[in-house]
Design a protein around this ligand. Structure first.
Ligand code: GAR
Length: 187
């Protein structure tokens, strides 16, 4: 039986695309759903490209009720992957999937994490602080932003001439290289 996985995204969906590509012929893993909280986001196009069913997340079905949780349970989803997902995961979902929700964060946690630290804000902060390295953190999700147990980190060197954009490109390269492999290993 294949492991059933749901991807949650909020943006362009490059990580979702990469995960779907990696597992496209897997006999171990099947992506059964892509859920996204941003109407019109690129992640929906990614789902269409890979012919994966989608779910439009709203505050109502995600935070104010257990509708999304029940939907995942009905689909027999076993693992939830946050691939550029920007909402905090509600306690009921964390409890229903203990150590089964995995997030990727575009920095070396515990630095540059927490509320408001996402996407380009992270790379701008890393640049403003004059850091010499950044990277990715893949971790289990608990009820606090970016605080669950770390599974994997990879680092990139920041050159003095790198701006936030160059830092982002280096971090995105690490995401593409490692995220699906780490998911594969954990599953
Ligand atoms: C990725 O860089 C991901 O690490 C980051 O958002 C981007 C989403 O890109 N996630 C966070 O900042 C979470 N706090 P994508 O939609 O192209 O995958």
């Amino acid at each position: 039986m294949k492991k059933r996985l749901a991807i949650l995204a909020s943006g362009g969906g490059s990580n979702a695309d990469n995960i779907l590509n990696y597992f496209k012929e897997s006999d171990k893993v099947e992506v059964v759903l892509l859920a996204c909280n941003k109407p019109g986001a690129g992640a929906f196009d990614v789902a269409k490209k890979w012919n994966v069913p989608t779910y439009a997340l709203t505050k109502e079905n995600f935070k104010e009720s257990n509708d999304f949780l029940y939907f995942l349970q009905k689909l027999d989803v076993e693992w939830v992957i946050l691939a550029g997902f920007l909402w905090k995961v509600p306690g009921a979902l964390v409890e229903a999937f203990p150590q089964r929700i995995i997030n990727i964060h575009p920095a070396l946690l515990p630095n540059y994490g927490g509320k408001g630290m996402y996407g380009h804000f992270v790379h701008e902060a890393v640049h403003a602080a004059g850091e010499k390295e950044s990277g990715i953190t893949i971790h289990f999700v608990n009820e606090h932003y970016d605080e669950g147990a770390v599974i994997f980190q990879a680092k990139a060197t920041i050159d003095p001439s790198d701006g936030p954009h160059e830092i982002e490109m280096k971090v995105r390269r690490l995401e593409i290289e490692h995220f699906p492999k780490v998911i594969d290993a954990i599953l």
